[in-house]
Design a protein around this ligand. Structure first.
Ligand code: GLC
Length: 503
């Protein structure tokens, strides 16, 4: 990353002081530190187990981590060209993008429109959802291509909610094939679009990032959920051996690594992690994700505070109304992030936030505990996240790599990047950076960097790569190759090495 002018090596943060903290709270702080701290040895043990679990997910018998082949075969060359659409459904918005890939290597132009997702749609029927999406796409095309006679535009759709964990609850979508009803809705309205690729957000991130930076080897999302995608050789994927593809051919794998350690062999789960899981819509699933992702950070924090309040020997929030604090999922990751960003020695902002949001007036010692707890939960999240990244790097033998990351936790949570980098350093035993330079400041051998727009540029690129491959007669993993070519303009891609060799 480029920086302008001299920068402080580390973001300044308050020093804090544990002096004047009563013994009971001090003891609790110590207990929480022991509970939430993941030391170097543990990180390394987690990474070793992670590596074997990644391989297991690729094996015929399979494991906890799904390791889904995406049929996005190989990195973009940077020379892809043409016009493609991308559709992305977030928690509140639907985003439609038109991406033009010009002749210039690694360049792109993008136009986009956002459409609000009406609340009632999130709990309505699947048909209503597809109808609404098709209407938005129709509007987009009519607005940007008024009066034009169009070939069918290829569309990449980023759809990462197979589990509806993000405030959605729509019958008939989870675990179902979303393509036929979506295409039917487009067809009904005569919208000139062909759904060319259904994409996970991590794969979009991987492909978009590698288009502009060929060192990008892994795409990660650290947001409401947590997951990664990377490029794997067929020789390493026994579960696809029956397809007899060239062992040197690469394919993007959407790990779905949130499911790591569902059998609870290695992760240092606390009693609070156990409660999160037990009270979740799907107990026993997404163990790793539940310790890391934005969806759960605020809840973990809340559970600890409620537990402390209920311990007779701990004096915390005495005489205060804790009704608001007792409400499950009442605090989100941004609450925690605000606590960690409070710049004042007396934690005035945290005091005010607790007062306005929870109706609790905290004492100074309570504020110190709250701040430490936020740091512990945020740090554990970053350090465990780094385990997944390190596992993929070690599995692939990457001594150096860039990792493209996106998501609210990565982009907004204070110190997440620095803590992740520190954990990578410990796990991978670095003592110096690239070319013998000191670590940090862009010299770390493996660096987690902000990703390129995965659900826009990434989705469009994957649509481009998929279409190119089908045009060249490689239809592996494609459900309706003829349908895909019908009415779509032959891509004028100059890319030479897109289509994989198949035998
Ligand atoms: C959840 C989803 C996964 C997605 C991740 C990040 O883990 O299961 O598909 O990539 O969240 O959004």
């Amino acid at each position: 990353m480029s920086t302008s002018g001299p920068q402080p090596r580390r973001k300044q943060s308050r020093k804090g002081s544990m002096a004047d903290i009563p013994k009971d709270l001090l003891q609790e702080i110590k207990r929480l530190e022991d509970l939430f701290t993941v030391d170097t040895a543990k990180l390394k043990a987690i990474v070793e187990h992670f590596i074997s679990e990644l391989a297991k997910g690729l094996s015929v018998e399979g494991g906890s981590i799904p390791m889904n082949p995406t049929w996005c075969m190989g990195f973009p060359t940077g020379n892809e060209t043409g016009t493609f659409l991308a559709l992305d459904m977030g928690g509140t918005n639907l985003r439609v993008c038109e991406i033009n890939l010009p002749e210039e290597k690694g360049e792109f132009d993008i136009i986009q429109s956002k459409y609000r997702l009406p609340e009632d749609l999130k709990t309505g029927t699947a048909d209503e959802l597809w109808a609404y999406i098709a209407d938005c796409l129709q509007q987009f095309i009519e607005y940007h291509h008024e009066g034009e006679k169009l070939d069918k535009l290829p569309l990449g759709f980023t759809f990462s909610y197979p589990r509806w964990t993000k405030g959605f609850d729509i019958e008939g979508v989870e675990g179902k094939d979303v393509v036929p009803p979506f295409e039917a809705a487009l067809e009904e309205r005569g919208v000139p679009i062909k759904l060319t690729a259904l994409i996970n957000d991590t794969t979009g991130t991987l492909i978009a990032s590698s288009y502009t930076d060929s060192e990008m080897k892994i795409g990660c999302i650290f947001g409401t959920g947590c997951n990664a995608a990377y490029m794997e050789h067929f020789s390493e994927i026994p579960k696809l051996a029956h397809m007899k593809v060239d062992p040197n051919q690469e394919i993007a794998i959407n790990c779905e690594w949130g499911a790591f350690d569902n059998e609870h062999k290695i992760l240092p789960r606390t009693q609070y992690d156990v409660i999160i899981d037990k009270d979740s819509p799907r107990p026993g699933q997404q163990s790793f994700e539940k310790m890391i992702a934005g969806l759960y950070l605020g809840e973990l924090f809340r559970l600890v505070l409620v537990d402390l309040h209920e311990q007779p020997h701990v004096k915390i929030f005495e005489g205060q109304d804790v009704a608001a604090l007792k409400k499950p999922y009442s605090l989100d990751a941004s609450f925690l992030s605000d606590v960690e960003s409070d710049p004042f020695e007396n934690l005035q902002e945290t005091h005010d936030t607790f007062h306005t949001k929870l109706n609790i007036k905290c004492t100074k010692p309570e504020l110190e505990l709250i701040r430490r707890l936020a740091e512990l939960i945020g740090t554990r999240s970053a350090r465990l996240s780094a385990c997944g990244v390190a596992a993929i790097c070690k599995k692939k033998g990457y001594k150096t790599a860039h990792v493209g990351a996106d998501g609210s936790v990565f982009n907004k949570y204070p110190h997440f990047k620095a803590r992740g980098a520190q954990a990578l350093k410990e796990i991978l035993d670095w003592d110096k950076g690239r070319d013998g330079k000191p670590l940090g400041r862009g010299h770390d051998p493996v660096e987690i960097l902000p990703a390129e727009d995965g659900s826009g540029v990434g989705a469009a690129l994957i649509a481009a790569l998929t279409l190119k491959r089908v045009q060249e007669g490689n239809v592996m993993g494609i459900r309706d190759p003829e349908g895909m070519l019908r009415g779509t303009k032959a891509s004028d891609s100059k890319s030479k090495q897109v289509a994989p060799e198949t035998k």
